[in-house]
Design a binder for this molecule. Sequence first.
Ligand code: SF4
Length: 222
Amino acid sequence: MTSPRDFPIRPVLDAIEPAIASFPKASMHELADDGHTDLFQQVVACLISVRTFEEVTMPICRALFATAPDAAAMVALGEPGILEIIRRSTFSDRKAGQIMAIARRTVDEFGGAIPCDAEIVRGFNGIGVKCTNLALGISCGLPLVCVDVHVHRIANRWGYVATTTPERTTVALDEAMPDDQKVRINRLLVPFGKHVCTASRPRCSTCPVREPCAQVGVENPR
Ligand code: SF4
């Protein structure tokens, strides 16, 4: 197996970039491209996305931010108003309360804008490591890796890491990756994992990174 030090992560990501250009972007990155780069919006959007399909998440986030683009407006909208807009997301009742609590704390403690501080973001109820790293990476440019199921699966197939959980993959990639690629890997591997390196029957025969990939655990590829 290739050691992380030997794996050509930068050229691999360069090769994946054009291969995923025609596919829909990962939700939080698409929202950022639409102008929703504020940390409060990214935190709220990631919370809404938890266990919710992207095609449901995106219109909900756009509608919510059109009505309440910042923490003060979210407080003014109130929990019933938030719930009304996010009702189609999973666990919407709980999330409406969590969004309201984040908005209140942002106004009361941080003057309306969440600081670029991992401890503060991780401290919000409902926000785990994945959302913390993704939001801080996109909004603040902090070199943090967000590992979802796609990043976890593909990094292990490459032989770049050898881990059993996304949490361990987060630690391994954080150690192995150059800082300037850490936000990029999530942006690229989410669509790459949905359309090319799929969970079952990955499209290895036409894959742009077939050569450096160790295909660890891959069975019955296309
Ligand atoms: S060669 Fe196959 S397993 Fe490796 S990255 Fe490409 S699609 Fe995934």
